[in-house]
Design a protein around this ligand. Structure first.
Ligand code: ATP
Ligand code: MG
Length: 439
């Protein structure tokens, strides 16, 4: 898009008419359009906002469509039978169309503009309560990045730009709205969002925004583990795992998510475990590009493998049997990791099986190997073994032996193409913002 959307200095937004921007209704989900029109017909404002507008302006396919309105959640519910209200901290309406969810949020304001009773900031400057409705303008300024604060207005199909988002979009710049330090302190998760957007969009972070990230990274320690888990899924299961891993390390953010892994990386030997993780991320991206299933169990298995190995070695040195040491090490490392980031049992259990199977895969030959082949987690464990071999931790010949062995015993092989079946991925779509994506 080439048009300039620069805001003037009067506080009025730039309004880019339909003839001067490429957002077309043909590219908007029909369900989102239905919601927008029904809001409009009932006399409310209806705007597409956030990633939907941003991605359409960039000529990309949006992941989902979010709507902003002056209707209150209860009003929205009255308009749509298929609607449920969610969120305690801030109420949102979800309008359901089969598997598609259109999220409808009432305009809301940032702190200074309203009475302080409705808005609370803790001693780090973090927003702890936020339940005031606002105007369209206020809604624009409480959003995180300028390119995420563009509104597509259903009444005249124009794009409304209060924060200079169109110029930043054209320049490929990701910039926080307002004072960057304040905005990161309000919600430190914005640092993770910054990384996610620059890798996905191929943007650069504006220097004023960028220079605060490393110094404020530690504030992520206060974010609830469940919210970090949701963010981790978006970072590593969206097709840009390798780029995000590298960018997170660059900004000192990775250690906030995986402190034990970061410690192992600090004393890596001959590039292990860095190579293991990089290959693991690259494989994940390739699977996603090929529309193959990926599971958080495998990702966590990769990230936590080196801490588990080190712990198991210590326990073995203390006299434990290898299998016992691996079991105990797994429990201990998981217990430490979940203090920072949640890891639901449905992922930690298969992850542990992947680890335990590594011991059995090392002992090839005989009837035992046939039993390993029939194990429901064999495929994921085998993929994990190949990764270890690729990273130089195990001889390539061991991986090759299991590759050949499967070909010789096709009847034993599990049908499913693990790491897990697609249904896992579908069922466990992160509930967007259920744990507080918005601030
Ligand atoms: P994606 O393509 O990942 O969906 P998105 O920009 O739509 O990107 P969402 O998490 O869906 O991201 O959020 C929708 C919009 O809500 C954002 O574009 C932004 O305007 C606003 N938003 C989300 N999280 C925050 C936050 N932590 N602080 C301020 N605004 C936020
Ligand atoms: Mg979105």
């Amino acid at each position: 898009m080439s048009q300039s959307g620069s805001t003037n200095n009067t506080g009025e937004p730039a309004v880019i008419p339909r003839s001067r921007h490429p957002v077309s209704r043909a590219n908007i989900s029909p369900n989102a359009l239905k919601v927008l029109y029904r809001l409009k017909d009932a006399g409310y404002q209806g705007h597409l906002v956030g990633g939907g507008v941003r991605d359409l302006l960039l000529g990309r396919e949006p992941k989902d469509f979010d709507i902003a309105t002056d209707a209150h959640p209860e009003d929205v519910r009255r308009l749509f039978r298929n609607c449920r209200l969610i969120g305690r901290r801030f109420r949102l309406a979800h309008v359901l169309f089969g598997r598609e969810v259109i999220e409808v949020a009432t305009f809301r304001a940032r702190q200074e503009s309203r009475d302080s009773a409705a808005r609370h900031v803790d001693e780090d400057g973090r927003i702890v309560r936020d339940n005031v409705y606002g105007t369209l303008e206020e809604d624009a300024f409480r959003r995180d990045f300028t390119v995420n604060a563009l509104y597509y207005n259903i009444t005249d199909f124009s794009v409304i730009d209060y924060a200079g988002g169109v110029d930043d979009l054209n320049a490929g710049v990701l910039r926080l709205i307002g004072d960057p330090e304040t905005r990161f302190r309000e919600d430190p998760v914005r640092m993770l969002r910054a990384v996610r957007f620059v890798t996905k969009l191929g943007f650069r972070i504006h220097p004023d925004t960028e220079r605060h990230i490393t110094e404020l990274a530690g504030l992520l320690a206060d974010i609830p583990p469940a919210r970090l888990f949701d963010e981790m899924l978006k970072l590593f299961m969206g097709g840009y795992a390798l780029a995000n891993f590298e960018a997170l390390r660059h900004y000192n953010l990775f250690g906030q998510l995986f402190p034990l892994t970061e410690r192992s990386l600090a004393h890596e030997q001959e590039h292990f475990p860095l190579t293991l993780i990089s290959h693991g991320m690259d494989n994940t991206d390739k699977r996603i590009a090929a529309d193959k299933p990926v599971t958080p169990a495998f990702l966590f298995a990769v990230f936590l493998w080196q801490p588990v190995r080190e712990r198991a070695a210590q326990l073995e040195a203390g006299g434990q049997h290898p299998a016992q040491a691996m079991q105990h090490a797994g429990s201990q490392i998981i217990a430490e990791q979940v203090k920072v980031m949640s890891l639901p049992k449905r992922f930690s259990l298969p992850m542990r099986e992947i680890w335990m199977l590594q011991l059995r895969l090392a002992n090839k030959g005989g009837r035992r190997s046939l039993r390993v082949l029939a194990h429901p987690r064999f495929r994921a464990a085998y993929d994990f073994l190949l990764l270890r071999a690729q990273a130089g931790e195990e001889p390539e010949a061991l991986g090759q032996w299991w590759t050949d062995f499967q070909e010789q015993n096709p009847q034993q092989r599990e049908q499913e193409d693990s790491p897990t079946r697609p249904k896992t991925r579908r069922r466990r779509r992160p509930r967007r913002r259920a744990t507080g994506g918005g601030a």
